[in-house]
Design a protein around this ligand. Sequence first.
Ligand code: ATP
Length: 504
Amino acid sequence: MNATDTIQKLVSLSKRRGFVFQSSEIYGGLKSAYDYGPLGVELKRNIASEWWKSIVHEREDVVGIDASIMMHPSVWKASGHLAGFSDPLVDCLNCKERFRADKQPKVEPGTETVWVKGGKSSGEKVKGVVGACGYVCPHCASSQLSDERQFNLMFRTSIGPVDPLDEFLNEVQGKGLSRQELRAKLEEAIRSSAIYLRPETAQAMFVQFNNVQQTMSMKVPFGIAQQGKSFRNEVTTEKFIFRTCEFEQMEMEFFCEPGTQKEWHTYWVQSRMDWWKRFANDKTAFRDRWHEESELAHYADACVDIEYRYPWGWDELEGVASRTDYDLTQHQKESGVKLSYFDQQKNDPTTGKPGVRYIPYVIEPAAGLTRACLAYLCDAYAEEEGTDAEGENKTRVLLKLHPKLAPYKAAVLPLLKKEGMPDVARKIVADFYKAGVNASFDEQQSIGKRYSRHDEIGTPYCLTVDHQTLTDQTVTIRDRDTTRQERISVDRALEVVKARINES
Ligand code: ATP
């Protein structure tokens, strides 16, 4: 199966089975925006909840917050996002597509390249050579390209009852200003009420550093974690839910003493890698890529990408950066509020007296939640050749999702819609609901079709109520991956499923 096939199959399964739909589909869809359907939202929540459990609930040294998406514009000035959060945008002069220069494979300048005029699939061929930029258009291979220009990725909107466009028109009307002057006036009018949708969740953890540290009496080293939506006006959105303009992140800022950052960075790379692998079938599909010195942001002293082998190749899933004291220092400068930590256990190295104040260093594991959904869907998708009940050759499609991530933990299936079987099944499913274990009561279509449906949505266990159940109060439990069945008592159904999920 090639990369396009696999992604196409996942897109189609996601739609057919209620994982992911195109946003605003009835209006033709909104490019790069997706809605998570009834099963997709369960998968996403399960991943988020496993992350929260491992980062916040199972640790003494990390607490969580849930900050607002809109923040004071000074946050983005201090963080550097207003000035520098941009991607190099290039227009192809042949096919008119736009793309990001920094994501294109390098081609030796001077290499010959051939493309079809207008970017069509066939037609007049044009020859050219790769320019000094060292790349060609990823859509049509043309080397006729515009210069790179920086494009800020933040979504800008305005807050308050004033319409900046009215202000602008009042200001410029009848003044005969040049295009440049008009642009400057427009920027000025917008700036006074401009706010931005956050492009990452991280900044709230820096600006709430004092509040969290003091209210929770946190001692360095400690972390603040957050999950939530982020927004980037991406130049190119691509590969289903891999890169979208609205997405979700799971980030943590871990504050540590200067000098200990290397140790903590190594620790978090390992810990995050173990977490990703814990829920995957193919553990070899994850790797860490240490950034070269030249790749590092000016404030970072190390950075590792945790990458996943998507159908198109290795690509980012999470970044684990060692960000020094850059963020707290920047916000301290911009706000005038001290963002430091007083360590009473240590002596001041200059005076020798007890207690030392410093700005903590930060390790930031920043993962994509929506990207995680894609990675685990890719990992889970499987096709198995076999025969059906009638002996016909059949391809079994299944999602081998980890039981903890699967939308339903069990499906409860009455073999027939009569003889009291649905009542017994409903009683079993009610026990699951009461225990907070998501289960599905499913009596539609033949039992074979129901098994196929639950294989395809990743339900790890099917419990079938049949004739025997009515005489000996047992049901069959069928394992999704092996298709093996055994009988267990109705009374123990919930306990058995819970135990298997916990062991997984
Ligand atoms: P990329 O190089 O893929 O653009 P990035 O290095 O800009 O990503 P970060 O700013 O480090 O990404 O964000 C942390 C994580 O958030 C990424 O590893 C990714 O999982 C997720 N993420 C970032 N941008 C997007 C997006 N546009 N759509 C979906 N997930 C995203």
